[in-house]
Ligand binder design. Structure first.
Ligand code: GUN
Ligand code: FE
Length: 544
């Protein structure tokens, strides 16, 4: 049966634009892929439009979201970085920083996942919770254990979420109770996991829903030998993705560079052939511009995990600068470094982080100008103006601040928040203003949470937006008070906002992104099948 959805639809297009379509029709075929999309269809023209597509009564099922104000459909959210076996730690450990936190909180919890019974109960809850948060695609790290990682992949498959599942490779610098004994063991288990996942039944569209992913935990938990072997394995399996952590914490960066005697953290992964177009790099808080260029050149993507970066005092990733360098960026909850498993919450944190980065950049720029002025005064006092002519300020600034790439006032006036010179030179792409040091707008946040995430996990041709041929991975959102979340449309919202106009639909989206929660996510589809949502407490086991 063909399902036809009618109502307001939000459809991300680019980093700077999404479509807000109040009267849209999306037809989804039996295989769960979108077969056509029609925009701007009045309710009175519905029947004729469907008939014109060659469909007769009884050949389709019409689902109408156009009746209740505040209801709309949007693409499912993509979580590009999450640790399934750290859900038991949600909300604890935030007084620590990364390296101590791993030993105090993470490794003891992950070690429990050697127990099959415990893992089964926990992983069932984890996947239910992830789906209820509107995550239709997720990149999971499991523990180091092969058998319970297989179990995780099976549970995800049974529940129908789209996912990547990797077992952690970690044979170095971990506690005795939670470490792989040899690189050979680690490699063998990884191969077995890949084989198992590639053998899972395909979706209704004859495509896999669960994918394997090679998961060296991070540089500091892997021996040279293991990284070498994983690089070789990746070379043999170019279509299998890779995920790891990079430049999350300053101490970690220092140790990684020292231990591998490398010029940068990114250079370590590059040395082992682990940086490529299907590599997902978690965090990237402290990446230099040189590393960003290398990552962009290799086509790898970054999972931006702001909740975790705040919680573990790691820092704030320069997302705008990454985007200006052409690096693919998606969002990650990084549970349990992140204390909230929802990508909605991650959007809020990404927004906040970008605003703080912008404030800091502005402050830095003001200080730089003050320093310049100060130097300039001293220079004048000592009577060294010499041959540099009449325009003291301009001439001396180019003299004194030789590492500054742009000292023209006109340039800084055009980009008031643009931190020039010594830290970076962000290039506007195609004549558009740069993202660096600017707050992320709703358009960009929505993109990062959907299409951007899809791009980071190399699924941009399959998911992330509503296009013909893509899978219907979607969320049915409702802002109605009856959802039980008074924060979205509580007392005082003007009735005018409830009219279905493109402008109001944008307002609905913003309210959902910043005040919505699982209660507003009524239905969650993956590959056209309802897999969860507040209206679906029981998971229908459908053939797919
Ligand atoms: N680096 C290595 N392992 C981890 C982990 O489990 N979480 C985070 N946030 N960073 C890591
Ligand atoms: Fe992580």
């Amino acid at each position: 049966m063909i399902n036809i959805y009618y109502g307001p639809i939000v459809n991300p297009k680019t980093l700077r634009h999404y479509d807000a379509l109040p009267q849209c029709l999306i037809a989804v075929g039996y295989d769960g892929n979108i077969i056509w999309v029609e925009d701007d269809i009045e309710a009175s023209a519905l029947y004729n439009t469907i008939t014109a597509r060659g469909l007769k009564d009884g050949e389709y099922n019409l689902v109408d979201f156009s009746k209740n104000p505040g209801e709309f459909i949007m693409p499912g959210l993509v979580d590009t970085h999450v640790h399934a076996c750290q859900f038991p730690n949600l909300g604890i450990g935030g007084d620590y920083e990364l390296l101590d936190w791993l030993f105090e909180y993470v490794f003891p919890t992950e070690a429990k996942f050697g127990d099959h019974k415990y893992a089964k109960r926990a992983y069932n809850d984890v996947i239910d919770r992830s789906i209820a948060s509107g995550t239709t695609t997720s990149c999971y790290y499991s523990s180091l254990y092969l058998d319970t990682t297989i179990l995780l992949a099976d549970i995800i498959h049974e529940k129908g979420q789209r996912a990547f599942v990797g077992k952690c490779n970690m044979d170095w610098n971990c506690p005795g109770y939670y470490i792989e004994r040899t690189p050979e063991d680690s490699l063998e288990d990884t191969k077995k996991l890949i084989k198992h996942i590639l053998g899972l039944p395909l979706s209704r569209a004859n495509e896999p829903l669960v994918h394997p992913i090679i998961t060296p935990r991070f540089a500091l938990s892997c021996s040279n030998k293991l990284l070498t072997e994983l690089g070789k394995l990746a070379e043999q399996l170019p279509h299998v993705s890779i995920q790891t952590h990079i430049s999350e914490n300053r101490k970690e960066v220092e140790e990684a560079m020292r231990r591998f005697d490398a010029e940068s953290y990114a250079a370590v992964y590059d040395r082992f052939g682990l940086l490529r177009n299907n590599t997902v790099l978690g965090h990237g808080v402290w990446l230099t511009e040189k590393e960003m260029k290398l990552i962009a050149k290799r086509g790898a993507g970054v999972a931006h995990c702001p909740t975790s970066n705040f919680y573990l005092s790691s820092g704030m990733a320069k997302v705008g600068l990454l985007l200006d360098h052409g690096v693919k960026v998606g969002l990650g909850t990084d549970v349990g470094g992140g204390y909230n498993p929802s990508i909605l919450y991650t959007i809020q944190m990404a927004s906040t982080a970008s605003k703080m980065v912008a404030v800091q950049a502005k402050l830095d720029e003001e200080r730089r100008q003050q320093r310049l002025a100060h130097k300039c005064c001293k220079y004048r006092k000592h009577g060294k103006r010499g041959k540099h002519g009449r325009h003291g300020k301009e001439d001396t600034s180019s003299d004194m601040d030789s590492d500054s790439n742009s000292n023209s006032e006109a340039e800084s006036a055009r980009h008031p928040n643009h931190h020039e010179g010594h830290h970076h030179q962000s290039k506007p792409c195609h004549g558009l203003p740069p993202f660096a040091n600017q707050k992320l707008q709703t358009e960009t946040l929505l993109y990062l949470a959907t299409l951007g995430g899809a791009d980071v996990c190399s699924l941009q041709d399959y998911i992330g937006s509503f296009e013909v041929g893509k899978a219907f991975d979607a969320l049915h959102i409702s802002l109605d008070d009856a959802c039980g979340n008074p924060a979205v449309w509580g007392a005082g919202v003007d009735d005018k906002e409830k009219e279905r106009t493109p402008k109001n639909l944008r307002t609905w989206l913003e309210r959902f992104l910043f005040t919505g929660d699982n209660r507003n996510i009524r239905r969650v589809w993956v590959q056209g099948v309802v897999v969860g949502g507040a209206d679906n407490h029981v998971h229908a086991r459908v053939d797919r």
